[in-house]
Ligand binder design. Structure first.
Ligand code: NAD
Length: 373
C-alpha cells in the first residue's frame, strides 16, 4: 500500500495534506509513504522532517508511481497522477458542485475521487471533517485580520489620556467559523452580537457571551435543513432579515460574514446601501468571498473601500494559518482512512454510509447521488 503526498499547485495554497505525525501513523498501519520534495515548505515542514518520519522524498512522478492512495488539500490535475495504480483513491477537496470538469476527468482517469467536502455530518465522522477543522481556523483568522485593519482598539481601555471605547463586532452566520469568530472577538475585548437563520444557534451565541440578533415573528421558518446545513430562506424572511440587519449594522464597527449554503452561491447579506450607513473606519470581513460573497462589492484578496468602510476577504483563509490548518487537515485524512483500515488486506475498505457519501467517481463513472441528482 503506497500513499503519495503531492505539493499543492493551486495559486495561494500553502497547506499540505500530510505532516510528519500522520506519515508516522500511516507507516504504523503498514503503508509506504512518498512525499513530493517541497510539499511542506509553505507550512513550515522541511523535507528532512518527512524523511525522519520515514517517508521517501521525490519528484511528483516518482512519488505518484504505483500509488494506491494520493492525499491532497485541493484535488490535483489528473494529468499529474499518471503512473498511479488503476482505481487509486484520491482524497482531497474537489469542489464537486463548482468543478464538474475535474470530477469528469477523474472518472475518465479511472480514479476513485473521495471528496472531503462531502463527509457526512454525523457524530462518527466529526474527526474526519475538514470543513469544520478549516472553518474554525478561518473564523479566528477573519477576526484577527479585521482587527489588524481596524484603526481603533477592540477592548475598552481606560488610560491617563482618556477612555477608548470597546469595538462593536457583529458576526453573521454562526456555524463553525462564526462560533470561533464570536469567541475570538470576545477574547479581544469587543462587544459581540451575532445572527443566523438557524434558530438553534441562539443559545450557542448566548453561551459564548454574545447578543443574538434574530428575526422574530416570521412564521414557519426554522432555517435548518439536513445535516445541520442552512436552507435557502423565503422572500418574507429575507426582507425581515434585511430590515433587522440594516438597523443593527449602522451601529457596528466590525462585521464578519460567514454564511454559506451548500451547492449554491453564498447568500447576499449586506448591500452597498447598508454599507453606506456604517461609520467610516469600520471593517467588514467576508469569509464567503470565494463563494460569491455575502457582501456587495467584496473582492477576493483585495482591500475595497466603500463609503469609508473597508471590505476584505481572502480566497483561502485557512491557508493564512498554513501550519495549523495542515496539521488538522492531515489528521482528518488520517482519521478517515484509518477508521476503515483492513489489517489483513492492508488497505482501507470504506463502508456504505461514509464511502457512498464521499465517493464521486468509481470504475470510470460519476457515482455520487448528490452529483447525479
Ligand atoms: P456553513 O459553513 O454551511 O454555513 C455557515 C453558517 O451560515 C451556518 O450557521 C448557516 O446557518 C449560516 N447561514 C446561511 N445562510 C444564512 C443567512 N442568510 N443569514 C445568516 N446566516 C446564514 O455551516 P457550518 O459551519 O459547516 O455548520 C453548520 C452546523 O452544522 C453547525 O451547527 C455545526 O455545528 C454543524 N456541524 C456538524 C458536524 C458533525 O456533526 N460532524 C460537522 C460540521 C458542522
Amino acid at each position: 500500500m503506497r500513499i503519495a503526498v503531492l505539493k499543492e499547485r493551486a495559486a495561494g495554497e500553502r497547506r499540505v495534506a500530510a505532516t510528519p505525525e500522520t506519515v508516522r501513523k500511516f507507516i504504523g498501519l503498514g503503508a509506504d509513504l512518498a512525499v513530493e520534495s517541497g510539499a511542506g515548505e509553505n507550512a513550515a515542514i522541511p523535507d528532512s522532517a518527512y524523511a525522519d518520519a520515514g517517508a521517501q522524498i521525490g519528484t511528483a512522478p516518482q512519488v505518484v508511481k504505483d500509488a494506491d492512495i494520493v492525499l491532497g488539500i485541493q484535488a490535483p490535475d489528473p494529468a499529474i497522477l499518471q503512473g498511479a495504480r488503476k482505481g487509486a483513491f484520491v482524497a482531497a477537496l474537489f469542489d464537486p458542485f463548482g468543478n464538474a470538469d475535474l470530477v469528469q476527468a477523474y472518472a475518465e482517469g479511472g480514479f476513485e475521487a473521495l471528496s472531503m467536502e462531502f463527509m457526512p455530518r454525523i457524530t462518527r465522522a466529526q474527526s474526519m471533517d475538514v470543513l469544520s477543522s478549516q472553518s474554525n481556523l478561518a473564523g479566528y483568522k477573519a477576526v484577527l485580520a479585521a482587527a489588524d485593519t481596524y484603526g481603533r482598539a477592540f477592548p475598552m481601555m481606560m488610560t491617563a489620556a482618556g477612555t477608548v471605547s470597546a469595538a462593536k463586532a457583529f458576526i453573521m452566520g454562526v456555524g463553525v467559523a462564526g462560533l470561533q469568530a464570536i469567541a475570538t472577538a470576545r477574547r479581544l475585548g469587543a462587544q459581540v452580537s451575532a445572527t443566523d437563520v438557524r434558530s438553534a444557534t441562539k443559545e450557542q451565541i448566548q453561551s459564548l457571551g454574545a447578543k443574538p440578533i434574530f428575526v422574530e415573528n416570521v412564521a414557519g421558518i426554522e432555517g435548518e435543513g439536513s445535516g445541520g446545513y442552512a436552507t435557502e430562506m423565503s422572500e418574507e424572511y429575507q426582507k425581515a432579515q434585511a430590515e433587522l440587519v440594516s438597523s443593527h449594522i449602522a451601529r457596528q464597527d466590525i462585521v464578519i460574514t460567514t454564511a454559506l449554503i451548500p451547492g449554491r452561491a453564498a447568500p447576499r447579506l449586506i448591500s452597498d446601501a447598508q454599507i453606506a450607513t456604517m461609520r467610516p473606519g469600520s471593517v467588514i470581513f467576508d469569509l464567503a468571498v470565494a463563494q460569491g460573497g455575502n457582501v456587495e462589492g467584496s473582492v477576493p484578496d483585495e482591500i475595497v473601500v466603500r463609503h469609508g468602510v473597508t471590505i476584505m476577504g481572502y480566497s483561502n483563509t485557512p491557508s493564512h494559518l498554513a501550519a495549523d490548518a495542515s496539521a488538522l487537515f492531515s489528521r482528518n485524512l488520517f482519521n478517515f482512512l484509518s477508521a476503515f483500515w483492513d489489517k489483513e488486506q492492508g488497505r482501507p475498505l470504506l463502508d456504505e454510509e461514509i464511502g457512498n457519501a464521499v465517493r464521486l467517481t468509481q470504475d470510470g463513472a460519476i457515482v455520487n447521488d448528490r452529483l447525479k441528482g
